[in-house]
Design a protein around this ligand. Structure first.
Ligand code: F0G
Length: 364
């Protein structure tokens, strides 16, 4: 089936009308990839699936929210949109604004944006403003400016962003024929996405399109874990820059998702995230960005701690877990190279290569 984008696919669940001009890059309908090797490496009872959101048009899940946010901004007559970002939102906003033919301004924390994301915002022609400050400070400024000037705010406090992002849950349930997974693991930064998924799961359930609800398991980076600690973190830090956020805008709704679903919000260290990032790349051939790997790091942590030992699966004999891989690994080439070992450099001579491979030239 031709993928005409998620508004076309889930139109009846979204606030658009027949006359709305839809701004789309044919986002959504991302693969739900079975991860048997990863599951087996973590816990014998697990059946793990990866929702590969890095395959959206700009390489992250933000496109789900942005198709709605830009579509609605245009419908409401805005000619300018603005966001604060740790990178992916700015890349997505820049691309969709370009497609809509409107102006995009992005505020980013200077020096804390992965290279791929910065290059996207720049190439799509957004006005990129770096601040000597963090994401939370950038978002405070953007909120204030958008309140007082004719500029549409396209961060996830914009309810249309949440509407678009909830379709991730619809896709998972549609892929499983309406059988809800036992658990969903996902990274938590500004906490819009966990809010959106929970909304999507509840809506499908209320419509009788799913047989239950998953437990929502959110993971913050240990240096940026305000929800886990119960207070804002003034100077958040983590190498997973996408979730380097100390005061999430959707804090309360993230806690609701956690509490209503019987889930949890926990934290994982940078070392745990790095290990998970390499593990999924090497066991399943899937390259995600560091923040995305927090979902797998969290799953690994729970597995190690024996959390699943006493869990009864909703159906069958295995516990079905979805990990949301929110962004593509190519977004952040610096961290990818830092996490791997240096390539060998040799002369263009067969012997040198054979020697590296451990093959003896004498045997040829
Ligand atoms: N994963 C990635 C790759 C992200 O870019 C983000 C957020 C998250 C997870 C967390 O999602 O904020 O909804 O809890 N990135 C935002 C941005 C903050 O500006 O790109 P969340």
């Amino acid at each position: 089936m031709h993928n005409a984008g998620l508004i076309a696919r889930y139109r009846e669940h979204l606030p658009v009308s027949d006359t709305t001009r839809i701004i789309t890059l044919n986002e959504g309908s991302t693969p739900l990839v079975a991860a048997p090797a990863l599951g087996a490496a973590l816990h014998p009872k697990l059946e793990v699936y990866l929702k590969y959101e890095g395959l959206n048009p700009t390489g992250s899940f933000k496109d789900r929210g942005m198709t709605m946010a830009i579509t609605k901004a245009l419908e409401e007559g805005y000619e300018m949109v603005m966001c604060a970002s740790t990178g992916n939102t700015s890349a997505s906003a820049a691309a969709y604004a370009a497609r809509a033919g409107i102006k995009c301004i992005v505020l980013i924390p200077q020096g804390k944006i992965a290279l791929g994301k910065l290059s996207q915002a720049m190439v799509h022609g957004a006005q990129v403003i770096q601040i000597h400050g963090n994401f939370d400070e950038a978002l405070t400024l953007v909120r204030k400016i958008c309140e007082n000037f004719p500029v549409a705010l396209v961060n996830s406090i914009n309810p249309f962003r949440i509407e678009g992002q909830k379709t991730g849950a619809f896709e998972i349930l549609d892929d499983f024929g309406g059988v809800a997974p036992d658990f969903q693991c996902m990274p938590v930064g500004n906490a819009g996405n966990i809010t959106a998924y929970w909304k999507g799961y509840r809506e499908y359930h209320a419509l009788g399109k799913s047989d239950g609800l998953p437990r929502m398991m959110g993971f913050q980076a240990a240096g940026s874990a305000p929800i886990v600690l119960g207070h804002p973190v003034l100077e958040p830090h983590t190498f997973a820059t996408a979730i380097r956020i100390g005061n999430p805008a959707s804090w309360k709704t993230a806690e609701e998702a956690r509490d209503q679903s019987g889930g949890m919000i926990d934290m994982v260290t940078d070392d745990e995230i790095r290990d998970a990032y390499k593990l999924v790349a090497r066991t399943e051939g899937i390259f995600c960005e560091p923040a995305s790997a927090a979902s797998i790091a969290g799953l690994a942590k729970l597995s190690r701690e024996g959390f699943f030992d006493t869990v009864t699966p909703r159906q069958g004999d295995r516990i079905r877990v979805i990990c949301i891989l929110t962004g593509h690994g190519l977004k952040d080439p610096d961290n990818a190279i830092a996490a791997a070992s240096e390539p060998y450099t040799v002369e263009p001579k067969e012997e040198q290569i054979l020697e590296l491979l451990g093959f003896s030239p004498a045997l040829v």
